[in-house]
Structures are given as C-alpha cells and as structure tokens.
Design a protein around this ligand. Structure first.
Ligand SMILES: [Mg+2]
Length: 205
C-alpha cells in the first residue's frame, strides 16, 4: 500500500503508462529493442491469458501471441510476472511450472507481491545492468504500471482481455483506475532514460 499512497501523494505520474495499446499483439517488438530495451516482463492474467487460465488467449492473430516477442527478444530476455503463479502463495511453484510448460516463457519467482519485487526481477534477469533496459506490459495500472514507473522501467498498458472475468476486488479497483485516475493524474508519464518517443512502438497493420 505504501507504494500506492506514495504515488498518490507525491508521484501521480507513476499512474501514467509510457504507452497504451489494445493488446500484446499490437506492440512493435523490433522497434522496442532498437530503442535499447533488452528485457521484457508480461503480467499474466488478462494480459496474455484469460484470468486463471494457462493457455494464451486468442487475440485473433495467427501465431501464438508472444511469438513475435520471442523472435526479437529471445526466451531468456522475457519473463512472466504474476501475483499468483511464481509467488510465495504458489506452493513449490507448481502453478508456475505448469504454466511455463504451456506458455514456454519462464515465470519470475518472488517472495513479495507486486509492486515489491524489484530484487526478484533483477535476480531473474541476472545480466541486466540497469532498470531502464526493462519494459513491463500489463493490464493493471495500480500494480503493473505504478510498479514499472517507480523502478524506472518502460511501462506499457494493454486493455484487459476480458473484464467480465475479473474477480470482485479487481472490478472495483478498475473502476478507480478508469474513472478517478484520469481526473487526478498528469497526462505525461515519468521521463524514461532510453525511450522518449513511443509513436513507432505500436504495430502498423
Ligand atoms: Mg493482470
């Protein structure tokens, strides 16, 4: 809670993503890498899978939805981060292992919940020199985006795949994210040391 309270009181631009797009299939991964981003983290639920499911969601693209990213960044430079799979609630990381088998991307193992996971992220990407080389992609402003901005990542907000599958708490939090945040937040995200222009980061179809 401290992170959110601190953002609310002193850093409201933490609530603002550097880039917004419809889904992970709209991101131009080549352009992202060309700007100096070396590592990429995806939230799981409602970002790449439907909540609580283990298969990639069908976003209407021919290939698996992270194949483009895999081709550009490579599996070792990608990770999934979930507050369930891979967290301390995930006994012996069974859920993370099962999801990894299905999704073919590793999950970050972490002791604390988002947003307090920077150490575990840096441990996972052990060759990463600076936080600014990491991008995070997620559907939740209050966890994915605030966390990413606080740590100096590039933050990419995607529309949730299916809002009707959100649990009760998430539904309430989304109302806050959708209705109140636009009224009280600045338009501009925090400056990012590698990426100043995101206009070419969305795929032209
Ligand atoms: Mg999510």
């Amino acid at each position: 809670m401290t992170t959110f309270a601190n953002a609310f009181l002193s850093h409201r631009n933490y609530f603002v993503p550097h880039m917004r797009c419809k889904s992970v299939a709209d991101i131009n991964y080549k352009a992202l890498k060309a700007k100096g981003i070396k590592y990429i983290i995806f939230d799981k639920d409602n970002t790449v899978t439907l909540p609580y499911e283990r298969r990639y969601a069908d976003l209407g693209v021919k290939k698996s939805i992270l194949d483009d990213c895999m081709d550009v960044f490579g599996k070792e430079h990608m990770a999934l981060l979930s507050n369930s799979a891979g967290s301390k609630d995930d006994k012996d990381y069974h859920e993370a292992s099962d999801c990894e088998h299905e999704l073919k991307v590793n999950f970050i193992r972490h002791q604390n919940k988002k947003p307090a996971v920077l150490d575990d992220i840096m441990k996972h990407f052990k060759h990463c020199d600076e936080e600014c080389e990491i991008a995070i992609v997620g559907d939740r402003v209050l966890s994915d985006i605030v966390m990413g901005n606080k740590y100096g990542f590039l933050t990419i907000y995607v529309e949730p795949i299916d809002r009707t599958r959100d649990n009760f708490v998430v539904k309430i939090v989304r109302k806050f994210e959708d209705r109140l945040l636009p009224l009280i937040c600045p338009k501009q995200a925090p400056s990012h040391s590698l990426v100043s222009d995101v206009s070419d980061l969305i795929k032209v179809k």
